[in-house]
Design a protein around this ligand. Structure first.
Ligand code: NAP
Length: 672
């Protein structure tokens, strides 16, 4: 097949490099599949295009608009995913490997479009935390907010996940309202290029929001500013080089690094060869060694088992490895495909030789070329190291292929020291049914690992496994793993935004964030708020009810009617002895029910449903003879469908003295 010449997408146009084409070869047979170059691109102009065209367009959209855009992109990628699968084989990936990359990437967009619509406001400013009281009378208050960076996200990605690696970063970047320039690793850039073409073809991305570089980044770093973010995935060496670029240093350019990681897996001290956790550990170690031919940043590199069971564990792992068929990834019988390139295989062989000096290879011949000579095939290799405390390379060197080292530990506390010798990892897994051990793992090793997966007989069936980064959870790790953090739900979006502390009068703060803040001027509700449709309810529109007395009869009636005859409501003597009450008090739920009775407008109208309360607090007890009255204020609004929106009401219930007795947010769905 004639190789394709890849194109860059710069300043709104597809352009091939002007020379210096590099050959990209198939992992299966070494044939040239694509030619690539970024020569001749005007990198400064690309950055300018993103900042001046892309950022302004994206930042005019709300979080919900951007989430809808992600959905449309996910739909377009799904419709064309067979094309991506076909290209993926050349990277050495089997169908199952490609599923992780392609469907995993699309799934990440899907999760983020949902989270964006549910967890972010239909707005452009994101509030972080609660209002902070900074003054006695409340005229000067504090609030933290996030706003979009007014720069560009430069994504430099590794070769192993050419689709997922791009999409997991784009999901959060786009939601944050920041345009991106993607630079995939050259070896598999043909797959990324195809995915970018599909996304651009969906016609939902505003101009300037996505550009692609297939080749070197030229002088791009010279033109970065403090509003830009570099998000890098790859080797520690390249990360160190790019991080120390003088412009990155001078401008304090945000630099997120995801790099090498010597991830560990631990079989707990409670496990025996007969326990379910033992089998689960064996399966996971084998799976992590062979999926993507071990080219996963999260793969298990160091496996620890109690010394008493390590020989049985070794036998079981090698027996499973012996069943792995290595071959052409297109062949359905193949369980493990090839490494990405023969040069990668040379690198893996060299790293195995280094690690094996700490022990001995007990499975696989790294120097054999299974399948054919021209492809980048290699056997899985299991190394056994019996003196992990004396070992060096095993805790230092990452062989980015189907390679793991099995090591024993004698005492349960030893294993924490051993796993932490990886000096910071993306993930560690623990196979144990002992929850005390699980807690010790977190206390003694948590700070060295970005993620810890506990897998046991009860969770295994539904577990997402050791190696799969989930969009809901943080991906990244301290130390050797780069110190970066990606995804983790909405946390990942904020990496592309600036957090700013705002201080001022509540009127100003409320106007900035489009949300009611106590202390701002309110609008007295001339018309009952339940008679108004979603769009006719201004923020700060407030109903103040009349007062209602709570009698002892009310309390007793409520107690017998609901069955809640707790002594504090019913037994004067016992309630007197209670230091918080000093006598009988009304039920909290009675106060809520009476509050509703005071503010509800009963007739059919735009309020369709009450679907919950948030942040409920009973602040002060209400005694028989006291009164309650309510201030109901429109706090926040989110349109959920063209014809319906969620209204968040601030509800404050006060007593005769004007003291707050209960406060909460009430949520209703209103017709628009
Ligand atoms: P690499 O050589 O560091 O390359 C990573 C990326 O950096 C590629 O896109 C590469 O482009 C680019 N790059 C290299 N030199 C550059 C420079 N001077 N300026 C700008 N960009 C430059 O890493 P790799 O060998 O491809 O990837 C394997 C490593 O990545 C492993 O160590 C693995 O652990 C790590 N990894 C980590 C994660 C994670 O999430 N933590 C995920 C996957 C992989 P070219 O390809 O064009 O050189």
């Amino acid at each position: 097949m004639k190789p394709i010449t890849l194109q860059n997408y710069a300043e709104g146009h597809w352009v091939a490099g002007s020379g210096g084409l590099a050959e990209l070869r198939s992992a299966i047979d070494g044939d040239v599949v694509a030619l690539t170059s970024s020569q001749g691109l005007d990198f400064a102009a690309m950055l300018k295009h993103a900042r001046s065209v892309g950022a302004s367009k994206l930042q005019a959209m709300t979080f919900h608009d951007r989430a809808k855009m992600l959905k449309a992109l996910a739909d377009a990628l799904t419709a064309h995913k067979e094309e991506l699968y076909e290209l993926s084989y050349n990277t050495g990936a089997t169908k199952a490997d490609a599923w992780i990359d392609i469907d995993g990437g699309i799934g990440t967009f899907a999760v983020y479009q949902g989270k964006g619509r549910r967890e972010l406001p239909n707005d452009r400013i994101l509030i972080d935390g609660n209002v902070e009281a900074l003054s006695r009378n409340g005229t000067f208050q504090g609030l933290h907010v996030y706003t979009s960076l007014q720069g560009v996200a430069v994504h430099i990605n590794a070769f192993n996940f050419p689709v997922w690696g791009m999409l997991e970063k784009l999901a959060v970047t786009f939601l944050a309202g920041v345009p991106a320039i993607v630079k995939p690793a050259s070896a598999t850039a043909y797959l990324t290029e195809a995915a970018v073409r599909i996304m651009l073809g969906a016609n939902v991305l505003p101009p300037g929001t996505l550009q692609l570089i297939v080749g070197g980044v030229g002088d791009l770093f010279d033109h970065l500013t403090s509003q830009d973010v570099v998000s890098f995935t790859g080797s520690a060496q390249t990360a160190a080089k790019l991080k120390s670029h003088p412009v990155v240093q001078r401008e304090s350019v945000r630099f997120v690094a995801e790099q090498d990681s010597l991830n560990a897996s631990v079989l707990g001290p409670d496990a025996t060869p007969d326990s379910p956790e033992f089998d689960l550990f064996i399966k996971e170690v084998t799976k992590e060694m062979t999926v993507k031919a071990g080219q996963k940043c999260t793969a298990i590199r160091r496996a620890f088992a109690p010394a008493s069971v390590i020989d049985v564990a070794q036998e079981a792992i090698t027996a499973r490895l012996a069943k792995i068929t290595i071959g052409d990834p297109r062949d359905e019988a193949t369980r493990m495909g090839a490494l990405v390139s023969t040069s990668q295989r040379e690198d893996v062989r060299a790293k195995i030789a280094e690690i094996a000096r700490d022990g001995a290879i007990v499975y696989g011949d790294p120097n054999a070329s299974p399948v054919n000579e021209k492809g980048a095939f290699i056997s899985p290799v299991l190394i056994r190291c019996d003196a992990p405390f004396e070992a060096g390379a095993v805790h230092e060197v990452e062989a980015f292929g189907p390679v793991a080292t099995l090591m024993p530990y004698a005492q349960r506390n030893e294993v924490f020291d051993l796993v932490n010798r990886g000096k910071g990892s993306l993930v560690m897994s623990v196979f144990s049914y002992d929850t005390t051990f699980a807690q010790d793992v977190v206390l003694d090793s948590g700070s060295f690992h970005g993620r810890i997966a506990f897998i046991d007989r009860d969770s295994a069936k539904e577990s997402t496994g050791h190696g799969a980064p989930m969009p809901h959870m943080i991906h990244g790790g301290p130390g050797r793993a780069g110190g970066g953090e990606e995804m983790g739900g909405i946390r990942g979006v904020t990496h592309y935004m600036q957090r700013t502390a705002l201080q001022g009068h509540p009127r100003t703060l409320a106007a900035i964030v489009n949300r009611y803040i106590a202390g701002m001027p309110t609008e007295n509700a001339e018309q009952h708020p339940f008679r108004r449709k979603f769009h006719d309810l201004p923020i700060g529109y407030q109903l103040k009810t009349k007062a209602r007395e709570i009698t002892l009869e009310d309390i007793e009636h409520f107690a017998h009617f609901t069955g809640d005859t707790f002594y504090a409501h019913m037994d004067e003597q016992a309630a007197k002895a209670n230091p918080l009450f000093g006598g009988r008090v009304a039920h909290g739920y009675l106060i809520l029910a009476f509050a509703a009775g005071l503010f509800v407008d009963p007739d059919p109208g735009p309020v369709l449903a009450n679907y919950g309360l948030d942040n409920l607090r009973f602040v002060k007890p209400v005694k028989p003879g006291d009164t309650v009255e309510v201030a109901l204020t429109v706090k926040d609004k989110t349109l959920r469908r063209p014809d319906q929106g969620e209204v968040r009401w601030d509800v404050v219930v006060t007593n005769r003295d004007g003291d707050t007795v209960a406060a909460y947010d009430l949520l209703t769905m209103n017709a628009a």
